[in-house]
Write a protein that binds this ligand. Sequence first.
Ligand code: HEC
Ligand code: HEC
Ligand code: HEC
Ligand code: HEC
Length: 320
Amino acid sequence: MYNQRNAAPLFSERTLFFLVFGVVTLVLVGGGIGTVSWINSQLSGFRTQANNSPNYTNYSTDPADPAKPYLQTASLTAMSKYITEHPQPQNVQILKGMDTAAIANYMVNMVAGGLKVDCTYCHVLSNGNFADDTNPQKVKARQMMLMSQDLNQNFVAQLPASVGGKQVTCATCHNGKPVNFNGGNSGALSNYPADQSPLPDTFQLKLESPADLDLLLITGKKDPDLAAVQYNQQTMTHFTQALGNGCAFCHNANYFPGNEQPPKAHALIMLKMAQHINATYKPIMNNKVPSCWMCHRGQQLPPGSANPGQIPEVLGYKPQ
Ligand code: HEC
Ligand code: HEC
Ligand code: HEC
Ligand code: HEC
């Protein structure tokens, strides 16, 4: 009896304890998970994202694949037939030393994949002849290959291997579109999500002459005019937006003229590359003005750039 009288309240107290304990634990754990995932969601915009562009990886030969609607079955059939009939290519000017199968592989993944277009965008396939040059887009694509080669060998190759060893390929600029991939006609910044860009719509990187690089230096100038300061600020804003990084990625924020941070030197090489693109290749780029955003798209390394071994050797540089 004694035990029974005592056991009952003891039991319910315990139950109460576990009930309260359980509810408090649930609330704490739930709140904790909620807070962590909220912080996570806030931070995700600041993280460097995966460097493999879905524009040119994960290729599937199934044209019915909703991710690959741009390749036609007829083109792929013509491709297989052409490879069997011509194990060696008939009319290559740039991709020398590659057999037809290797060229076709590059075409599928990097060229058609990089622009998300069918083979017929460049090849006249009424006779299944991939060697035919009558489509002017094919001739233009050759010039684009030479441009990519030039950028890789003369600029990207100057970056130390520690940066990532990535190289320029069609998707680096095109990002899955043949034209207008950089927004509007100006080809400048109009592709920025509006709420992220404090830049005036009309701002373009000034790339006209090498002297423009000096325009960026304002520290220590006695009376830097307002235009120079504005130019520096807009360019630096472009850099941070385009690369998805803050000022301190490139600068010692206590002394902007300093050169402690390697990315600053890398950015200077890139700026010269952008000037070179502007000076040399605007005519083949439908007069579009290049920008850092064109390749970087808010990421430290351009999402459409190629990993080592993904592009034909002739179009890249050999890492030391
Ligand atoms: C954006 C334009 C473009 C697209 C799209 C394209 N190609 Fe090409 N293709 C070219 C160029 C340019 C060459 C010539 C390269 C050279 O001269 O070194 C070429 C050459 C070839 C050759 C070698 C032909 C020969 O014998 O000389 C094959 C095979 C080929 N392409 C297959 C394909 C296939 C398959 C597709 C679709 C998956 C495709 N291409 C999509 C531009 C393109
Ligand atoms: C440095 C950036 C850059 C690279 C790298 C690049 N392109 Fe282009 N390409 C452009 C620009 C900019 C245009 C003009 C787009 C527009 O008019 O909106 C263009 C236009 C083209 C066009 C003409 C499209 C049309 O219908 O007018 C073709 C074809 C083309 N590129 C193929 C290629 C191929 C193939 C590669 C890879 C071998 C390549 N591009 C690499 C920047 C680039
Ligand atoms: C991607 C790298 C990069 C980022 C990010 C960047 N800068 Fe720069 N900054 C440079 C380069 C390159 C120069 C020019 C250096 C040269 O010409 O020698 C420069 C120059 C400057 C100068 C002039 C320094 C001088 O010597 O007179 C100032 C000031 C400056 N940046 C401020 C900023 C601010 C503020 C931010 C953030 C909003 C920023 N930068 C973000 C690369 C960067
Ligand atoms: C034609 C495409 C292209 C354009 C335009 C371009 N970049 Fe790059 N950039 C690349 C590639 C590709 C890499 C990666 C190289 C590697 O992995 O080694 C790179 C790497 C960099 C890096 C190195 C990051 C690090 O960790 O140090 C910086 C900084 C950079 N770019 C700044 C710029 C700036 C600033 C501009 C505009 C003036 C610009 N880029 C324009 C293609 C481009």
